[in-house]
Design a protein around this ligand. Structure first.
Ligand SMILES: [Zn+2]
Length: 151
């Protein structure tokens, strides 16, 4: 079964992990996580793809606590809620920070955007009901720490 979430993204694209593909592909999810993912894709990921006018690849989408631990994710990661994605593309790989600025300036509504220049990808999330509070934060990960671009 192919489940379309938006014009260019199918559900299976968000059940991925470079290190643990088998775990990511088979993990159990709650429908509320998929509801969050639907919102993330339709309000952020698809609009980013439209902005960049090129294919966008998901490196990490939904994570279970187990998978999140295995890959060393933050304890309260938005990935656990289905509310965050790590994405890349040809343009993102060249300059993640520049593309993060483009996304920020485009008016796309996000919770947190983190550019990883050394790794060539962007983490992006949305505010959802399950989080304690809303956030609006633009960070860059440089030399092993997070620097604030804007809040
Ligand atoms: Zn992430």
């Amino acid at each position: 079964m192919v489940v379309k979430i938006s014009e260019n993204f199918n559900l299976d694209a968000f059940f991925v992990s470079a290190e643990y593909p088998e775990i990511a592909r088979n993990m159990p999810v709650y429908l509320w996580q998929l509801a969050n993912l639907w919102t993330l894709v339709n309000t952020v990921i698809q609009p980013v793809r439209n902005l960049l006018v090129e294919p966008v690849t998901v490196l990490s989408g939904i994570r279970t606590e187990g998978l999140n631990k295995l890959i060393g994710g933050e304890k309260l990661s938005d990935h656990l809620l289905g509310a965050a994605c790590d994405i890349t593309s040809k343009k993102i790989q060249v300059n993640p920070l520049l593309i993060a600025h483009l996304i920020h300036d485009s008016g796309i509504k996000y919770r947190q955007i983190i550019a990883y220049p050394a790794k060539g990808f962007i983490h992006i999330s949305i505010n959802v009901l399950q989080q304690a509070e809303n956030k609006h934060q633009f960070l860059v990960y440089k030399h092993g720490k997070y620097e604030t671009i804007t809040t």
